[in-house]
Write a new protein. Structure first.
Length: 592
């Protein structure tokens, strides 16, 4: 018995290796996606700087917030649709998954088209609101041309990104990143070609054309990739009910709020900088370069959080608080480490990136990046909270973490610090708002938790009913079979505590042996969780890797031993999930 307890302790310590493997396997794809997404936002500034110098960068800075704000709203619908797909997969509800995919695609396509028309019609007004009345006519006219020809991207990106969300849910992160690379490559080729051949007053229109064509090609290539991978979209236009649209917006906007806030802030930031440094014509371009490099780096800094969010959603639907805590802990630790590594890398890369924008690196750019890098770990922490609360449906808290630092605090800090610190006020505000946001928001989260009377996992702030189930046992089985017999005996002991009838216990053990023999053929590391959930004894068997169908390999005898709905299988984010309700197992032990 003492040896059994020892093995039980070991299994508890090893719990989380499968989760760690999944995070690590998805981290490169998540980082690559984040980097490529931010590169796509930087391309226009880089080409504009190379062709028109500081005036070109300033023109892009005046145009980007206009379509960025509306694109962020569309992205919130895309991200909300992706979360609804993840939750449906967590429940193994294929019908709801299809409705989330088809309805989400219909919704974002329609809204994206409407927003594209609005941008095209009101381009001049939008540029003026973003500071266009404080620059020379040449820069303002270029900004208007750029914005008009960028308008289609709001619609085209909506279609391409909904395919990326589908790939994310299905664990196809490499292909998701590949789509971003295709967008960037096409954008570069078309933009550079247009800039070379178009007259000076239309060069930035060429950048808008390149951006839009890149989005179109991304969508076409995405369709081709999914067909090659035998992922059938089976798209049918679906009009979501008002309640479903509200849910899509509610659950998608917290993450998109970060992007939304950045674009609102850029418009206000332009006005603040142009007013405070009216005698320094290069200041807007300089601050734009620092912001671009900082936002570019943030794609890698946020990679760990992006890699963990789908797992939060899946484990939340399974009411598995232990796995949620493991995901948080390991994702946060990975992100903290990589924020330091990536921060050093981007600081060393400042001269190269600055030259890409057509500007020689100077002391202001170096100083701005140094301020930003110091606060990268806090940026990662804020983003972890944002995506965690979003994936576990605590939308009001998620919204606070998304909006308070990046919009409210950012603008307040810049307005206060620029008169006091000058240029350093800009640099301190860019990412320093993340630390101030944590200082304000974490005590608020603790206060809310105390109001709800939740004693444990206070920062996670899960609803009280979440803890109604009890985790009875969890362990991991590896390829070397170490301590496997002890783990089997431990599981049997748990069954003897829960089930009084010996025949019922024998049925469950025989059933689990058969199931595990199938699962082990497809994985060398398996996580098993046993939970008492509202008078149901549920086993979750999870493993990372490629998708397979365990139910097709189980003998008909085993299948017939379980009532309908007793066994369900789902695949999400490179994770196979087999859920079994043990109380639904019938008599299957062979007669002697």
């Amino acid at each position: 018995r003492g040896r059994q307890m020892q093995n039980e302790n070991k299994s508890g310590q090893s719990h989380g290796k499968v989760i760690w493997d999944i995070i690590l396997s998805n981290y490169p794809g998540a980082v690559l996606y984040g980097l490529l997404f931010n590169i796509s936002l930087m391309i226009d500034s880089i080409i504009a700087g190379q062709s028109l110098g500081a005036n070109g960068i300033a023109a892009v800075a005046l145009g980007v917030p206009g379509y960025g704000i509306l694109a962020a709203i569309v992205y919130s619908l895309i991200h909300g649709s992706g979360l609804r797909m993840i939750w449906a997969k967590g429940r193994a509800d294929e019908k709801e998954f299809r409705r989330a995919l088809n309805g989400g695609t219909t919704l974002v396509g329609f809204v994206g088209f409407i927003f594209a028309v609005i941008i095209f019609i009101f381009a001049d007004t939008i540029v003026i609101l973003c500071g266009g009345d404080m620059v020379e006519d040449f820069t303002r006219n270029n900004a208007v041309n750029y914005l008009c020809f960028c308008a289609p991207i709001v619609f085209l990106t909506a279609l391409g990104m909904i395919l990326q969300e589908l790939m994310n849910v299905l664990g196809l992160q490499t292909y998701r990143a590949a789509l971003g690379a295709v967008n960037i490559a096409v954008n570069l080729i078309v933009s550079i070609t247009c800039v070379i051949f178009l007259p000076v007053n239309m060069k930035l229109a060429g950048l808008g054309i390149g951006t839009s064509v890149g989005g179109l090609v991304e969508f076409i290539v995405g369709i081709i990739i999914l067909r090659v991978l035998n992922v059938r979209l089976n798209y049918r236009p679906v009009l979501l009910r008002p309640r479903e649209i509200a849910e899509t917006i509610r659950c998608g906007f917290p993450a998109a709020a970060d992007y939304f806030a950045e674009n609102v802030v850029m418009g206000i930031q332009n006005n603040l900088i142009l007013s405070a440094f009216s005698g320094e014509s290069l200041m807007l371009a300089t601050s734009e370069i620092v912001c671009n490099i900082s936002y570019f780096a943030s794609g890698s800094i946020k990679g760990a959080a992006i890699a963990t969010e789908p797992m939060f959603g899946v484990f939340y639907e399974e009411r598995d608080v232990n796995s949620i805590k493991k995901v948080w802990k390991k994702g946060w630790m990975l992100g903290m480490l990589m924020s330091v590594v990536w921060g050093i890398f981007f600081y060393l890369s400042v001269p190269v990136i600055s030259n890409l924008f057509g500007m020689e690196v100077n002391a202001d750019i170096y100083r701005g990046m140094l301020f930003s890098i110091v606060f990268y770990p806090f940026m990662h922490t804020v983003y972890m909270f944002t995506l965690y609360y979003e994936a576990t449906k605590r939308f009001s808290v998620s919204m606070a973490f998304a909006i308070v630092p990046d919009s409210i605090l950012y603008i307040i800090m810049m307005a206060i610090l620029i008169p006091i610190l000058g240029k350093d006020g800009i640099w301190l505000s860019i990412t320093g708002n993340q630390l101030l946001g944590l200082i304000l928001l974490i005590p608020l989260v603790l206060l809310i938790a105390s109001w709800h009377g939740i004693e444990k996992d206070r920062l996670l702030l899960l609803p009280e009913e979440f803890y109604s189930g009890k985790v009875l046992m969890e362990t991991e089985v590896s390829a070397d079979g170490r301590d496997e017999e002890a783990k089997r005996e431990n599981f049997k002991d748990k069954m003897q505590e829960l089930l009084t009838d010996q025949t019922e216990i024998d049925n469950v053990m025989f059933f689990m042996e058969e199931i595990m023999s199938v699962v082990r053929q497809n994985s060398n590391k398996i996580h098993i969780s046993l939970k008492d959930n509202n008078q149901n004894i549920v086993v979750y068997i999870r493993n990372s890797g490629k998708q397979y169908d365990p139910l097709s390999s189980i003998s008909e005898e085993i299948k017939s031993a379980a009532d309908e709905g007793a066994i369900s299988y789902s695949y999400v984010y490179k994770m196979n999930i087999l859920t079994i309700n043990l109380r639904e197992i019938k008599n299957i032990v062979p007669e002697a």
